[in-house]
Design a protein around this ligand. Sequence first.
Ligand SMILES: Nc1nc2c(c(=O)[nH]1)N[C@H]1C(S)=C(S)[C@@H](COP(=O)(O)O)O[C@H]1N2
Ligand SMILES: [Mo]
Length: 369
Amino acid sequence: MERPTDTVPPGTTDSDQISREELQLATRNHGMPLEALRYPVTPLGLHYLLVHYDIPAVDPVAWRLVVDGGVERGLVLSLDDLRERPGVTRRVTMECAGNGRARLSPRAVSQPWLVEAVGTAEWTGTPLRLLLDEVGLADGVVEVVFTGLDRGVEGGVEQRYQRCLSVEEARREDVLLVYEVNGQPLPPQHGFPLRLLVPGWYGMASVKWLVRITAVEDPFDGYQQVRAYRYRQDPSDDGRPVTRIAPRSLLVPPGIPDFLTRRRFLSMGPCRLEGRAWSGWAPVVSVEASVDGGRSWARAELDPPEAAYAWQGWSYLWDPPAAGEYELCCRATDATGRVQPTAPQWNLGGYADNDLHRVAVTVTPSVAR
Ligand SMILES: Nc1nc2c(c(=O)[nH]1)N[C@H]1C(S)=C(S)[C@@H](COP(=O)(O)O)O[C@H]1N2
Ligand SMILES: [Mo]
């Protein structure tokens, strides 16, 4: 579904051209090259990256985490204090809420993701819940606010990057304060020395460069909570908050790419299409593949989930009947019945656009070497 009216709301564009501002964001941040879908755990450096402002340079010796607000016993913790607490490692797929944004029309002028803002990592940290139990939340506390060290101006508002969770969500046993990824200390760009990890939610909830956790008795009204990350149809609409990850599946583009267009060339013969599928709401229960742009579908083989919030592998054996042009796509359904739509569901910020991943392929009698 394209936007039903022909007006272009503020902050969006209907131009086919990517602006210099979008390019500037796209060169600072980066997606996961789709061939990296082959790895169950994304090698560091291939995991997608999204940084709103600047990457802070943090001295780990001087760094402290402050836990304050409506708590019985406030705490100030060093990195060593956190590392001495009970540790857990979880395999979690993270995806940016703006993934798919650049395919919408009009599109929000922001990080212009196509489909590649995703990655899966082994995150190690200590459960937030244990820390909240230790400090003791006061009776009237409704939310917990997480503050990053990074500062910037967004929508005309100077701010630190901040997000909140309800007490219930913050006390989920799988929410972690993370200091390692794939067995190494967090690198600067992924939140060194400490980040929040909220499995199942879009990436904006997992605050990086964490310095403060504050229990609050009034709903938090920070920019990233009440202005950004809302599903809205027009700027006057308060919208609904963006929370969990909608189901999506991607496929490893088969064959070899054309350098500029990335159209694929594949020689005749059986080809195992493969990819990954995930949902933050529930496990994926089926993936279907199509080789005719979504007109007809066949059930793919789906691997069982390896961890509660990690993507699942899928594959489909395709034997092209003839040389020619094909459009491959895939579609995931999760256990709640949520399924990927065949066309975008438009919203102003370009969030959670999980319509089909389409890959154009030319099947040739043989590939030139
Ligand atoms: N402090 C802080 N935390 C942040 C952000 C940020 O800009 N600053 N970006 C958020 C967004 S929008 C996403 S999608 C994820 C990206 O995490 P990654 O770069 O480690 O993949 O971090 C989130 N946490
Ligand atoms: Mo994001």
